[in-house]
Structure formats: C-alpha cells, structure tokens
Design a protein around this ligand. Structure first.
Ligand code: ADP
Length: 390
C-alpha cells in the first residue's frame, strides 16, 4: 500500500512516496526556497536516473504541490492517501486524524504555538484538498506521542487560571520520530527493551523516556525551544533570563525570540557554525570555543538522559538517532563517557561503524544497552495513513 508523505515548512516542502509494506521509496525530494529567488525542486524517483534538480519558479506552496504531484504521477504508482506532518497539534491531536473542515480548523487554531510551521502546513493541506478532492488526507502531529505523558511531567507550576486560559503545558516535539525509534528498538531487541531513553539529536534535539511503548516524559516543552542545546536554540535556561534581557538589556520581545531560537545554541557557543561537523573539525584544530560547545552539548545530553531515566524509573536502553545521533561517533562517545559513573560504556570499534541499520554499540558489561537507531518519520506517518485510510 503506497502513501504520499508531505512535510511543509514556511519556505520548503519535503515529500516522499513510499510503500508501507515493503518500505520501498518510489520518489522523494524537497521543494526549496518557496517564495524566494532561486527556488528549485531536488528529487529522486524510481523512473529517473540519480538525483534530479528542477530549476523552477516556486512563487507559492500551491505551485510546489503541483510539481510534487507531477513527479509522483510519473512513477505510475497509485497511493491510498496523503500524510501531513504537523508540528503542533495542541490539545486536539492525541492521535493522528483524517482531515475534515473541523480538524483542519484545529491546526490553525493552535498555530500561535508554532506560527512558523502550522500556518504553512494548514495551507498545504487545504491546497491538496482543493487540487485533488478525491484523495484523503491525514494529519500526523509531532506532539501526539507526548500528549498522554503523566500530568506530573506535562503540567507547569504556574497559576492554574493562567495555564488553563492559555493552554500552557508541555507539548514536546519530534513525537513521530520518538515513536518510530521505540518501534525500531523493539523490533531489534524484542523482550529485552522496556525502559528506553530515545535521543533525537539533529539540528533540533530532544529526548523521550519511553516505558513499554508509552511516553513518560520529553525534554521539549510548550515549544521546541526547551531542553537540550541545539543548532541555534539555547534549550533550557533560567526563565528569568527572558525578562532580564528585556528589562536590563533593552531587547524587544521579538529580539529575544530571535536570539533564543536562531542565534544561540551551538552557533553561539562555537561562534562559527550551528553544524556539528564544522564544530568537530574546528575543535580538532584547537578551537577552544568549539571544544567547549561539544563538551556542553554532551554534558546537557547526559544530564537529560538521567532525567528521562527518572521518568521511566529505570533505563535498560539508550538509542541515538537523527543527524548527530546517527552520524557523530564522537558525540555519542562524549555523551556516554559522562555516564561511565553508572557503568554505561560503548565499544569504540562498534561505535565507529557507519551503517543505515539499527546497531548495538554497547561495550562489554555495559549496565545499559546503547544503540544507534536511524529514524524514519516518513514511514511512521505512512503507517498512520495506511491505518486510517487503507
Ligand atoms: P533536522 O532534521 O533537525 O534539520 P538532522 O537530523 O538532519 O536535523 O541533523 C542535522 C545535523 O546533523 C547537522 O546540523 C549536523 O550538525 C549533524 N550531522 C550530520 N552528519 C554529521 C556527521 N557526519 N558528523 C557530525 N554531525 C553530523
């Protein structure tokens, strides 16, 4: 059964056509720089040789969707429906839902919690409905997996009338990835996994504590700014810093928002880049800021792994995933080194292996199993679509 998965951003639109039974991908790509000069569609397809680039004008998302459908149509594969990744599901999406006027309205209603993403995603869903009314659409929210974490984990210790009125709570993000990481870990370990700490370490980064498939806590909060140090986001800092920056530093609300989301994290610490590859290279060449950026990223990750272990009341497995977690042997080693006091260790040779497969990199006698689990959010989204529309 084939499904088209769409992941729309404010100026990009990623897509993938895949078979949920065989996991075969027939077409995938990205429409980039939508509404900006120099737009193009980069893609691969089962009927084209190698990577293709269409240098086309993409003035809006509607034009991008039309190109995606042309590429998908050329494969000759039918599909059962379209799965849309939605960043913020708010209080409406404890699970994935078929698109109706009502559910699409909910995506817009909760958009103030993720304005850069939800409005564009809602627009793209509407465009798909208008262009192809015969095809069903499903909303898969990145927050769904976290919605039923225990109240002690999601509630903020702020006045009840305020949090109720403004729907303030921990929503988290990367839920679809954490759900996939649990599933892939369970497939790999069978009955040997019960208490997993899932580490999605990409340019955005979050952890989840998962017990027998149920999410217990996660490190992102009301928004994806909380928790770990990320590419350009500061992660958890004293909340009073926000007020202090405005009152004493003279920064506006928007200045602080931009600073914390776009100018902080690894970029600020290293002073050269938000990309951990650049930072690792510079640290090797003696750059002390970069060495400290790696040290701080690893320290915070190890610290929050312990928070998630507490949410699980135990930990038998740690799984590393996403850009940094899957590719940086050095960062995995730095994180695990900090957990040596509790008997966790990895095997350096196994850690150095590069592969697209799930793999066990635990050291002999490690107190906790350590895996690398390549994530696959598109597959998880496609599974939900197959279940709801198949
Ligand atoms: P996102 O989906 O949040 O944009 P990804 O999961 O694609 O992020 O991760 C992107 C990050 O992964 C890059 O910024 C880079 O820091 C990191 N990364 C990718 N490959 C490597 C590598 N070989 N070594 C170290 N870091 C890597």
């Amino acid at each position: 059964m084939n499904v088209l998965v769409i992941n729309a951003g404010s100026s990009s639109l990623k897509f993938q056509l895949l078979d949920v039974d065989t996991r075969e991908v027939y077409a995938k790509g990205n429409c980039e720089r939508i509404g900006i000069d120099g737009s193009f569609v980069g893609y691969e397809s089962c009927v084209a040789d190698g990577k293709q680039t269409l240098e086309v004008d993409l003035p809006d998302h509607k034009t991008a969707v039309k190109h995606v459908f042309d590429i998908v149509k050329a494969t000759g594969k039918d599909f059962v429906g379209i799965g849309h990744r939605v960043v913020q599901g708010g209080w409406y999406f404890p699970e994935s839902k078929v698109v109706t006027d009502e559910s699409l309205g909910w995506v817009r209603e909760v958009a103030p919690l993720a304005p850069l993403h939800n409005y564009a995603e809602a627009d793209v869903i509407q465009i798909c409905r208008e262009l192809f009314p015969e095809i069903g659409n499903v909303i898969v929210a990145d927050t769904s997996f976290h919605y039923n974490i225990p109240e002690r984990a999601w509630r903020y210790a702020l006045p009840r009338d305020v949090v109720d009125k403004l729907h303030i709570r921990k929503y988290g993000a990367h839920g679809t990835s954490h759900r996939y990481i649990w599933r892939a870990t369970k497939e790999f370990l069978g009955d040997d996994v019960h208490k997993l700490v899932s580490c999605h370490l990409g340019s955005g980064a979050s952890l989840a504590g998962i017990t027998d498939g149920k999410d217990m806590d996660t490190t992102m909060g009301l928004t994806p700014l909380d928790g770990l140090i990320m590419g350009t986001r500061c992660g958890t800092i004293d909340p009073a810093t926000v007020v202090y920056l405005q009152r004493e530093g003279g920064y506006s609300v928007d200045d602080v928002d931009t600073m914390m989301n776009k100018q902080s994290g690894l970029l600020a610490l290293s002073a050269i880049s938000s990309d951990s590859r650049d930072i690792e290279q510079a640290a090797d060449n003696g750059d002390e800021f970069c060495a400290m950026a790696i040290e701080m990223f690893a320290y915070r990750t190890a610290q929050l792994i312990m928070e998630m272990a507490q949410a699980n009341e135990g930990m038998d497995t740690i799984a590393f995933s996403a850009g940094i977690g899957e590719n940086s042997a050095r960062m995995r080693a730095e994180v695990i080194k900090k957990l040596a006091w509790m008997g966790v260790c990895i095997d350096d040779e196994k850690n150095a292996v590069r592969s697209d497969e799930v793999r066990d990199i635990s050291g002999a006698n490690s107190s906790v199993r350590v895996l690398v689990v390549p994530t696959n959010e598109e597959y998880m989204i496609a599974l939900d679509v197959a279940e709801l529309l198949g």
